[in-house]
Design a protein around this ligand. Structure first.
Ligand SMILES: NC(=O)c1ccc[n+]([C@@H]2O[C@H](COP(=O)([O-])OP(=O)(O)OC[C@H]3O[C@@H](n4cnc5c(N)ncnc54)[C@H](OP(=O)(O)O)[C@@H]3O)[C@@H](O)[C@H]2O)c1
Length: 280
């Protein structure tokens, strides 16, 4: 079996665990407990955002876990209402404070909100924050090829990651090839397909039966073999464990292709087309 890396190196030379932990909508004491469980179960990359309203919980879970700070990657995102350069910098400072961290490991722009045309300013703020040491690695989320090329031309800095909707019903072939061309790592949000997870699709269920694993494990393995970094969320400790336990089997090329073939043009979960969907 070909070995699959458990960490991936980014274009700035840093690395991230190959599977991250999605923290939305974990909040409050239950949320902290679910995140502590995730850390105890082996996750070393927590994905949060200002708009998840749980940065304080993420910081608390990290401290409560007792795991050394430098072993865990914490990612957060600048919301649309803070895209103007000074506001974006302030948003990052406020995130660091809520997280209780001196440095944000991965800072992202949550959505480009192109009708406002301020995402280039948010990108300049991220680059400044990186230069000042407030953020270690800079990236984006929900950017199209046009948005990516514009910020690269503007600053000469290529985002290290672009976090996009990616699951079997929406395999994002074009975005993945643009990322490969530009040297950007693809991160997958809603990697299972959330409430619309294709666990019962024969392409997924048959592969699960063939390898003696769960359908969820098949989907996460499919991500790894595509070169996509999934960020599954689960509040259930056993699922948290299962979702990391995907390095002991390998899908055949045919199985990968059959799952990718589930993709369809209207496969997005809620119509989150970054050219038109905006979040503030
Ligand atoms: N950048 C963006 O715009 C954006 C947008 C959406 C999400 N995100 C990020 O992506 C993360 C993940 O996305 P998501 O939560 O929407 O979708 P997801 O991870 O695809 O699905 C989460 C759902 O799947 C269930 N689940 C997890 N593992 C399972 C398994 N092995 N078997 C069966 N069910 C399983 C979870 O239930 P239980 O919790 O009950 O186990 C939960 O209901 C979010 O938490 C967030 O960090 C980013």
């Amino acid at each position: 079996m070909a070995s699959t890396p458990t960490t991936l190196t980014l274009n700035d030379g840093t690395s991230l665990p190959a599977i991250g932990f999605g923290t939305y909508p974990l909040k409050g004491e239950d949320g902290i407990e679910a995140m502590v469980a995730a850390l105890e179960n082996g996750y070393r990359h927590l994905d949060t955002a200002v708009n998840y309203g749980n940065e304080a919980e993420v910081g608390e879970a990290l401290r409560r876990s007792g795991i050394a700070r430098e072993e865990v990657v914490v990612a957060t995102k600048i919301p649309g209402r803070f895209h103007a350069e000074d506001l974006a910098l302030q948003s990052l400072r406020d995130s660091a404070e809520r997280l209780g961290l001196e440095q944000i490991d991965l800072g992202l722009i949550h959505w480009p909100n192109p009708s406002r045309d301020l995402y280039p300013q948010a990108w300049r703020a991220l680059v400044r924050a990186r230069d000042e040491g407030l953020v270690r690695t800079v990236g984006v989320s929900n950017f199209t090829p046009e948005h990516l090329r514009r910020v690269i031309e503007d600053t000469g800095v290529t985002p290290a990651v672009n976090q996009i909707e990616l699951h079997p019903y929406f395999p994002q072939e074009q975005m993945r090839s643009v990322h490969a061309e530009l040297g950007i790592l693809t991160q997958a949000w809603s990697p299972m397909g959330k409430r619309n997870a294709p666990f019962a699709e024969p392409a997924v269920a048959d592969a699960a039966a063939a390898h003696g694993v769960t359908p969820g494990q098949v989907i996460l393995r499919w991500h790894l073999q595509l070169g996509s970094m999934p960020l599954p969320k689960s509040a259930t400790p056993q699922r948290q464990l299962d979702n990391l336990d995907v390095f002991g089997f390998e899908l055949t090329d045919d199985q990968v292709a059959a799952i990718t073939a589930l993709g369809r043009p209207d496969g997005r979960l809620f119509g989150g087309d970054p050219d038109t969907h905006e979040e503030m």
